[in-house]
Design a protein around this ligand. Structure first.
Ligand code: ATP
Length: 362
């Protein structure tokens, strides 16, 4: 059975880090006979140049036919308005494919300088509603200005989406408990201020928690969580939270643990999944061969693990484990580190070194 994966370079550093990711996948594909078909499509600024839009419905159709997606970073902040073709591909995929769960691990690596110690956690962030104005309305936009100088922003929290994301977080906590001595979900909220919306969210989390007796449960305010991530990160295993809190806390956690450039991420629903680095398109370092490709490579490993478990394809799970193992080995040596990690290695050099390590592991 073949595994069709749709890949998009994206913007900024996207083409460089996707090139590294494809090299790793092709090596694993050849060595482990994974039967992966990679198909590349264009979106973002490149598509805007060719067709006057950054995203098309045709791409959505193609992604629904694929087994998985790897999306390079998109620089949607710099896109023109929607009426001039600037559609955010990341939001489109997340909504249209119902990728409601954004899974964002953050952990310390031996020899990688970091502000935190003993961090090994996963942030599970709701992906389809919350404060995100482009996705929380059936029609129209969740942010608007009734008169000049006044802006209003709506936050949508539903019982249905909260139950789904809570289930996803508890399942992740269970699966992590195999290798860890803690199994705990921290639910992060601001129910002291947003009593109704975070009240609905907390009710849903408590309901799901009651079905998972083997997973500990704790609630924490989002401001306290930010402080605790700095002070005592080892207390966290799985952090379950709403869309915007999850976005902010995951940047904090990954930077504390080393660099955004190491932060893999998966967007998953019941049917589809999309690997996507936690970081953005980083236009400040694009085309310089200095970007760290590890985040996108680890994101792809997360996709392989998800697909392997879903389709019962053990070889894909093996490929995912091999990527994680080779990255651990890579980061042990200073000469392999890119600039964001305090080293001097280029994107291509880091990739070549990772390929050598993988070749020795297989
Ligand atoms: P977005 O809002 O789309 O997530 P952003 O504005 O938060 O994007 P990023 O593009 O993630 O910003 O970049 C933040 C900083 O981190 C920049 O200085 C960038 O150069 C750096 N950075 C991001 N990704 C990487 C990477 N893979 N390798 C090295 N540095 C990176």
């Amino acid at each position: 059975m073949s595994v069709d994966i749709l890949v998009f370079d994206g913007d900024g550093i996207g083409p460089e880090i996707m090139c590294s990711t494809i090299a790793i996948i092709e090596l694993l594909n050849a060595k482990l006979k994974l039967n992966i078909n990679l198909k590349k499509e264009i979106l973002g600024f490149e598509l805007l140049k060719q067709k006057g839009v950054t995203f098309t419905d045709d791409l959505l159709l193609k992604s629904k036919e694929a087994d998985g997606i790897i999306l390079g970073p998109v620089d949607h902040n710099d896109y023109p308005s929607v009426s001039r073709g600037g559609i955010n591909p990341s939001a489109k995929f997340r909504i249209e494919l119902d990728l409601y769960s954004n899974i964002r691990p953050a952990k310390n690596y031996i020899n990688v300088k970091s502000l935190s110690q003993n961090m090994d956690l996963v942030i599970v962030r709701e992906n389809t509603e919350g404060f995100y104005a482009d996705r929380n309305m059936y029609d129209g936009n969740g942010e608007f200005s009734p008169v000049p100088g006044i802006g209003l922003s709506l936050r949508k929290i539903t019982k249905e989406a909260s139950l789904k994301i809570a289930e996803s977080a508890f399942e992740i906590a269970l699966s992590r408990s195999v290798n860890k001595n803690i199994s705990k979900v921290h639910v992060i909220h601001k129910a002291n201020v947003m009593k109704i919306t975070d009240g609905i969210f907390l009710d849903a989390c408590r309901h799901i928690s009651s079905k998972y007796n083997d997973v500990d449960y704790e609630e924490m305010l989002v401001d306290a969580c930010a402080a605790h991530l700095v002070r005592k990160p080892e207390q966290f295993d799985v952090i379950l939270t709403t869309n915007m809190f999850g976005d902010i806390l995951s940047d904090l956690a990954t930077e504390l643990s080393g660099s955004l450039g190491l932060a893999g991420s998966l967007n998953a629903g019941k049917k589809y999944a999309m690997a996507q680095a936690q970081h953005g398109a980083a236009p400040d370092i694009a085309k310089k061969n200095i970007a760290n490709p590890i985040s996108l490579i680890l994101s792809s490993a997360m996709l392989f693990d998800w697909l392997g478990k879903k389709r019962k394809l053990d070889k894909l799970i093996l490929a995912s484990n091999l990527i994680n193992k080779s990255v651990l080995e890579l980061l042990k040596h200073k000469e392999n580190l890119t600039r964001d990690l305090g080293g001097k290695a280029s994107t291509t050099k880091t990739t070549d070194n990772l390929i050598n390590i993988l070749n020795n592991l297989i």
